[in-house]
Write a new protein. Sequence first.
Lengths: 113, 112
Amino acid sequence: KAGVTQTPRYLIKTRGQQVTLSCSPISGHRSVSWYQQTPGQGLQFLFEYFSETQRNKGNFPGRFSGRQFSNSRSEMNVSTLELGDSALYLCASSWGQPNTEAFFGQGTRLTVV
Amino acid sequence: AQTVTQSQPEMSVQEAETVTLSCTYDTSESDYYLFWYKQPPSRQMILVIRQEAYKQQNATENRFSVNFQKAAKSFSLKISDSQLGDAAMYFCAYRDTDKLIFGTGTRLQVFP
């Protein structure tokens, strides 16, 4: 059974550009969550999608957005990149109930220069 | 709001010895789920163990076990017979409906 797949693994972007990250969940999982990991702020929740609907959103500016497709694959987009957006972006998938584990992908390392 | 605190930024252990990583949390809920995740240098978060708050019995997964003290809101991870491959960042996490709230992590070093 394939795990959570995130693409690309590494990205270098320039300030002001936009970026799209992709996440393919474990087959059958309908929930996809996104987290940002930085040395200063640690792991912070961005948003969660379940069956194409955003159920929850963290405290991030509107430049961060996401969506989920009918096959449960998810994308997150960051517009007008800032240096502070440099981080490891982790995607996690689960069945979507509180009592189920979240399984993580290997992350996308975004560097903004 | 729920919070998770890991007060040990770094810990070290000798191979084959036992080490305990601490975690405390704050919540007003009575039913919830707690997790320990491991993040090796590869950066992928790996689930180590989970605990349901309604279960009094402490969870165990091979060499990993937890000491769950609900009244004290404490959730520590014990690693027995430590191995070099256990070296990693360990994160304690609280499941709040649709999201995980993580602690700041404990870096575990394992010495041969």
